[in-house]
Ligand binder design. Structure first.
Ligand SMILES: [Cu+2]
Length: 446
């Protein structure tokens, strides 16, 4: 991210983490194959490599300049939808840009650089899983922009799979909406894709990959997209200085590992077929339209959902995280801090596939926004169900000094691999508590 707001964002939980390099990715894929049945496969070697590579792994990757305004963008053929990956294109270095947004000289874009990566992500000590990642981190970086800002996101695919970015809850030009084959071609390996849109309306929104969604979205291509506005009524009604972004996640690490390898093998097959000139709609389950698909079935072709992925396990998350980390590793990002008399805003974003009943001890918080939109009246609650695809904003008023549990009240999700306590659990901590009669310790097998 080159925009300074991505680094200087006020949210205390936004810390970016190390970006692993490509050799590490290849190595982990081999490791993952060998340990597909082992849930808690170790990967410290990779972690060490990732640290050595550090953020400089990104510095060498310049962004190819966008095509000039009005130039025919690669892969866009008069709205016909593209078959480009069946035509043997080498996408290395290709820059694609959908039509529909103003050119660079027409509006003042805030430009962000993004990458799709494969990493091994540590959910908590002892548990690592292969994941896709924006900018080498899970969740992706937090965008903080102002309403009506024009946003330009230049995203480079550094994986061997395909992806897109969908801007969830943002009212943008449909060609930037990121749904593969519906509004754009997927972003191919080594391709760079440019999204341009205006950030509106204000509120807590998010972004995620829309390709191969159960895997790509769950593990872990998702991140917060916060659109602020001076006209936000919540700022008026609950003056606050600090807000916290909590991306709620449910990880099935076995599924991630096995599906990641299946996808990887699938891409190898596609590439081999392409080299041999044998990539066809039937070998790749890709059709120009519904009629072509039905005709193939009439001719005896069997779609993948009647055979292909059946060998994969049912998705059953056993690890639940806030901003990529499960309790007690939620501590690594810091607790949610508050002081007596202070209002804090907490933005809850469901970045996964489960419902999370977030319960705060010792307080009745105000539910102030749903799906990013301010509510016409504020409801007082101590528990709120955050279903998949939803965001809720709550405001906590600091009226009960102490150390308070804030956790998923589906207790199965306050565990790590069914061992309590763990998972989706963190703490609301008063900074001005002074001397505490009881200080927390760590117990991880109750
Ligand atoms: Cu993806």
């Amino acid at each position: 991210m080159k925009d300074k707001t991505m680094r200087g964002a006020p949210a205390p939980l936004d810390a970016a983490r190390a970006v692993p390099d490509d050799p590490g990715r290849r190595k982990f894929l081999r490791t993952a194959t060998a340990t597909a049945t082992g849930m808690l496969a170790a990967g410290s070697g990779l972690a060490a490599q990732a640290q050595n590579a550090g953020h400089d792994a990104h510095a060498g990757h310049g962004t190819t300049p966008p095509s000039p305004a009005g130039a025919p963008a690669h892969g866009w053929q008069g709205g016909q939808g593209s078959m480009m990956y069946m035509e043997g294109h080498d996408m290395h270095g290709v820059v694609s840009e959908p039509p529909g947004a103003p050119p660079d000289d027409a509006v003042n874009y805030r430009e962000f650089e993004m990458t799709f990566d494969v990493i091994e992500h540590e959910i908590l000590p002892g548990v690592k899983a292969p994941m896709f990642a924006f900018n080498g981190q899970v969740p992706g970086p937090v965008f903080r922009v102002q309403e009506n800002d024009w946003i330009k996101v230049v995203v480079r695919n550094r994986t061997e799979e395909m992806h897109t970015i969908h801007w969830h809850g943002v009212d943008l030009i449909y060609t930037m909406d990121g749904v593969p084959m519906m509004t754009q071609d997927p972003v191919h390996p080594e391709e760079t894709f440019i999204y341009r849109f205006q950030a509106r309306p204000h509120g807590t929104r998010f972004y995620h990959c829309h390709w191969g969604t159960p895997l790509h979205f769950m593990a872990g291509l998702h991140g917060a997209f916060i659109i602020d506005s001076p006209n936000d009524p919540i700022r008026r009604d609950f003056p606050y200085e600090r807000d916290y972004v909590l991306v709620l996640e449910a990880f099935d690490v076995n599924f991630a590992r096995e599906h990641m390898n299946a996808v990887h093998e699938g891409m190898k097959r596609v590439n081999a077929l392409m080299r041999q000139g044998r990539l066809t709609p039937r070998t790749h389950a890709f059709f120009r339209n519904y009629e072509e698909f039905v005709k193939a079935m009439d001719d005896g072709w069997r779609p993948p959902y009647t055979r292909g992925n059946a060998e994969l396990p049912t998705v059953q998350p056993r690890f639940f995280a806030i901003n990529g980390k499960a309790f007690p590793a939620t501590k690594e990002q810091g607790h949610i801090k508050i002081r007596r008399g202070e209002n804090i805003r907490i933005r809850l974003i469901n970045g996964g596939i489960a419902t999370h009943h977030m319960h705060l001890h010792g307080h009745q918080f105000y539910v102030v926004a749903e799906d990013g939109n301010p509510l016409p009246y504020y409801k007082r609650c101590n528990t709120i169900a955050v279903t998949p695809g939803k965001t809720f904003d709550i405001v906590v008023h600091g009226d009960n000094p102490g150390l308070w549990d804030f956790h998923d009240h589906n207790e199965l999700q306050s565990t790590n691999n069914m061992i309590y306590p763990g998972g989706m659990m963190t703490m609301l901590e008063y900074e001005d508590l002074g001397e505490v009669p009881y200080g927390p310790s760590i117990s991880i097998n109750q």
